[in-house]
Design a protein around this ligand. Sequence first.
Ligand code: GTP
Ligand code: MG
Length: 173
Amino acid sequence: GDGGRDSPEYLFKIVIIGDSAVGKSNLLSRYARGEFDPHSKATVGVEFQTQCLEIDGKEVKAQIWDTAGQERFRAVTSAYYRGAFGALIVYDISRRSTFDSVSRWLDELNSHSDTTVAKMLVGNKCDLEDIRDVSVEEGKKLAEAEGLFFIETSAFDSTNVHKAFEIVIREIY
Ligand code: GTP
Ligand code: MG
């Protein structure tokens, strides 16, 4: 609409989920601020960042929510997912247990959100090729079976971080 020059035409909520220490908070800080913290602490509760971008000449604002992977630090689940248009489901390519958890995270997402949510499976820490524990093929296969987009990222060296968020945002838009 014409609600003023400074207000974005579109505001989208995106949630990031996945096991503790897979790099959710660092993906967000890398995307929103260009920062990486090698000593980041586990998230307690919920944090979010907003990021503006332009798509096809329209200003789009993404409000990206980040929560704790650890059960004991998590806030009210339904509130976290409410109104989400997109989701990044993150695992760590160097830790298979985090990949095995993806189906559990998907169940939670699906039971708290609309079926139209744009979903991206994200294999993070692809800089750790030497200690890789989940192959690219396995990631692709799971994503295909579950109807998700798929990408591998590194919050450490920035590989595909912008791309991961922007594919989801474009899909929503
Ligand atoms: P919770 O808040 O507990 O759910 O964890 P999280 O998923 O937010 O993980 P966080 O971003 O705090 O990162 C956990 C650890 O992994 C930190 O030591 C990060 O520095 C490290 N890390 C995050 N992303 C990457 C990456 O792409 N590559 C490497 N090598 N390390 C990473
Ligand atoms: Mg965190």
